[in-house]
Unconditional design. Structure first.
Length: 125
């Protein structure tokens, strides 16, 4: 793991995020109350730093090639209450309090459809 002790990463208390070859780390956002998965996005070092500084979720937009704060245009920010780090430190879970819908479509969660028999249907809840 790039000269870093595996045990330190998996068992230690030092935060050593492992970004991929593009400099990104996956961030899954869950609702602090319901624990529902709201969205998945990517963070680079700058987005992670801004999130830690402000308490508001920031991400790296791969399509726009820039930093963006969730809700910067809609006002539907994600207030970060906790960040959980997986064992390899290559994925994050942001436990958030959403100020409105998390999905750009206006749905509460980006995961509003269910795949069944090869077709997508709207989830009942």
């Amino acid at each position: 793991m790039d000269g870093i002790d595996k045990q330190a990463i998996e068992q230690g208390s030092e935060f050593i995020p492992k970004f991929d070859a593009q400099g990104l780390i996956c961030a899954v956002c869950t609702d602090a109350q319901s624990r529902e998965v709201l969205m998945v996005a990517w963070m680079d070092a700058e987005a992670l730093a801004r999130t830690l500084e402000t308490g508001l979720a920031h991400f790296h937009s791969r399509s726009r090639g820039r930093l963006w704060m969730k809700g910067e245009s809609s006002g539907h920010v994600l207030n970060v209450r906790e960040i959980r780090v997986d064992c390899d430190q290559d994925a994050l879970v942001l436990v958030v309090e959403p100020a409105g819908p998390a999905c750009h479509t206006g749905a509460r969660s980006c995961f509003y459809r269910v795949l069944a028999d090869g077709r997508l249907t709207r989830a009942s809840s």
